[in-house]
Ligand binder design. Structure first.
Ligand code: XMP
Length: 538
């Protein structure tokens, strides 16, 4: 047991006795005491179904009094003890779901993407860097001019290149910074024949590499200057911050993007239990969260890996999984995780339950884990099995803080899956990380399924390969999912996700109740933005 945990009570999750530890101080991150979020209605409901594995389709939420409109619902939530998202959606760490484009789109929308690990470590880091630098106001390829150019030369260059800005750093042949020229110098120059060297400001304010965006913005504001050149100790020009760009990013931020303290988009990286070298490579540049991603997270390999990361990079946020029991959750929390991922076999492409007979239907799994973690402040991610926007509030009601989605996002423009045309309709390839294809490739995912050194013909797959319908931009999907969740929070009378975790009430659904829920007794149903023909699963 971690010495900083107090034992508070013992209960039975899925028939296994579990002791809950209460963390008296916040693990890290948000500060403040973490209340024990209890939902006595849910506890009674689940006690009643103690030996039944329930999933999203088996339950339905009950309406409750609301004193607000769905548009006023707050979708922000905790991903880990130290990271908050503005919407509770995460794109799956799969090679047909999350690379840089998906990571950028998810973070711009307020969620986060976890870049998969079926890549060389350096290639995975490149994808992560593309996300981190996407919003960055630091211009590494800033246009420079030389002191010999005349103002007429600069005007011609501006016209030819279509530059709308007038501030330039002036450098010599060795890229040493000599000064800067701005709009005022051009405006008040008496002749176009003057050279840049004659009008440039030489006592310009500069900064050293590594300065944060906020610090750069503060300097630009304090000195009322339009550009801040960044130079090495020996004066070599590295790049610049522009006041206009930084103001757009810092002030113009809609509040919707998921960004770190430097206003860079947040992103995560999947790693395996034996991936020490990969982690060293990845952490040469910041990664918001590492996800120790395996099919069975309640194992020595995963626990040791979490401890190893935490012992070397104390402040690094770490999520581990996948798990389905309270015992597993507590073991991972004891190892030091900042978030746990739940899901043994609920995924659309998973065959784990079929080939091994193991798994817990996802609503029950999320509940078991969330209940065990009450009071620890460690959030739960419900990974896999989301088919409709209405599954998300059910996952949150079971205690999750966020959901991870694969099939819902794989068909979007931002997914890396190959597009295929089948009978005149567009589809996108989507495959399980435990499918033969994903495990067989170089840097494949066989380690996720404990088969790292197994020869290709002997691999035992736990996933399949297929296609999902092409579904347009991620933003459109997340808009529909956000709308569905807001509607649900309105129906539930729960303004925040924490309210939903605490106050949701639900009923058990029978097969006829499920039939009633989907469109029935009507033919040739037209596709709508959040419901397509054939989605009733029959
Ligand atoms: P969805 O339902 O969103 O599920 O498509 C995505 C999640 O499924 C997990 N995953 C797998 N599980 N075999 C499995 O048993 C697989 O081949 C496989 N591939 C992915 C993973 O947790 C993912 O986020």
């Amino acid at each position: 047991m971690r010495p900083d945990f107090h034992e508070i009570h013992t209960f039975s999750a899925s028939g296994v006795d579990v002791t809950v530890w209460h963390l008296p101080f916040p693990a890290n991150g948000f500060g403040g005491f973490r209340p024990l979020i209890e939902n006595t209605f849910l506890d009674e409901f689940m006690e009643h179904h103690r030996f039944t594995g329930l999933t999203y389709d088996d339950v339905s939420l009950i309406t409750q009094y609301a004193d607000f409109l769905p548009a006023d619902a707050d979708l922000s939530t905790a991903l880990t003890t130290g990271i908050r998202l503005n919407i509770p959606y995460i794109s799956a760490a799969m090679d047909t779901v999350t690379e840089a484009d998906m990571g950028i789109a998810m973070a711009l929308a307020g969620g986060i993407g976890i870049v998969h690990k079926n890549l060389e470590p350096a290639a995975q880091r490149t994808e992560i860097k593309r996300v981190k630098y996407y919003l960055n106001g630091f211009l590494v390829k800033a246009r420079t001019i030389s002191p010999e150019m005349t103002l007429a030369d600069v005007e011609v260059m501006k016209r030819e290149k279509g530059f709308r800005f007038s501030s330039f750093p002036v450098v010599d042949n060795n890229r040493k910074l000599l000064g800067v020229v701005t709009g005022s110098q051009f405006r008040y120059a008496e002749s176009e024949d003057l050279t840049v060297g004659e009008i440039m400001i030489t006592d310009t304010v500069t900064a050293r590499p590594g300065i944060s965006m906020q610090e750069a913005y503060d300097i630009l504001l304090r000195h009322k200057i339009s550009i801040l050149p960044v130079i090495e100790k020996d004066g070599t020009f590295v790049g610049l911050y522009s006041f206009k760009d930084l103001r757009r990013i810092i002030k113009g931020k809609s509040g919707g993007e998921c960004v770190d303290e430097n206003y860079s988009l947040r992103v995560g990286a999947a790693v395996g239990p034996g991936d020490h070298e990969r982690i060293e490579v990845l952490l040469e540049t910041p990664v918001d969260v590492l996800v120790v991603d395996t099919a069975h997270g309640h194992t020595r390999g995963v626990i040791d890996m979490v401890k190893w990361i935490k012992s070397r990079w104390t402040d690094q946020q770490v999520i581990a999984g996948n798990i389905a029991t309270g015992e597993a959750a507590l073991a991972l929390v004891e190892a030091g995780v900042d978030g746990v991922k739940v899901g043994i076999g609920p995924g659309s492409i998973c065959t784990t339950r079929v080939i091994s007979g193991v798994g817990v239907p996802q609503f029950s799994a999320v509940y078991n884990v969330s209940k065990a973690l009450r009071g620890t402040g460690v959030p739960v991610i419900a990974d896999g099995g989301i088919k409709h926007s209405g599954d998300v509030p059910k996952a949150l009601a079971a205690g999750a803080g966020t959901v991870m989605m694969g099939s819902v996002l794989a068909g979007t423009d931002e997914g890396p899956g190959e597009r295929v045309l089948i009978r005149g309709r567009q589809y996108v390839a989507y495959r399980g990380m435990g499918s033969l294809g994903a495990m067989q490739q170089r840097h494949g995912s066989s380690d996720r399924y404990g088969q790292k050194d197994v020869d290709s013909p002997k691999l035992v797959p736990e996933g399949i390969e297929g296609v999902v319908p092409y579904s347009g931009p991620v933003g459109t999907i997340l808009h529909q999912y956000g709308g569905g969740l807001r509607a649900s929070m309105g129906y539930n009378g729960c303004r925040t996700i924490a309210d939903l975790q605490k106050n949701a009430r639900l009923v058990r659904v029978t097969p006829s109740g499920r039939r009633e829920a989907h469109p029935h007794d009507i033919q040739f149903v037209k596709d709508s933005p959040n419901y397509k023909t054939g989605e009733n699963g029959d």
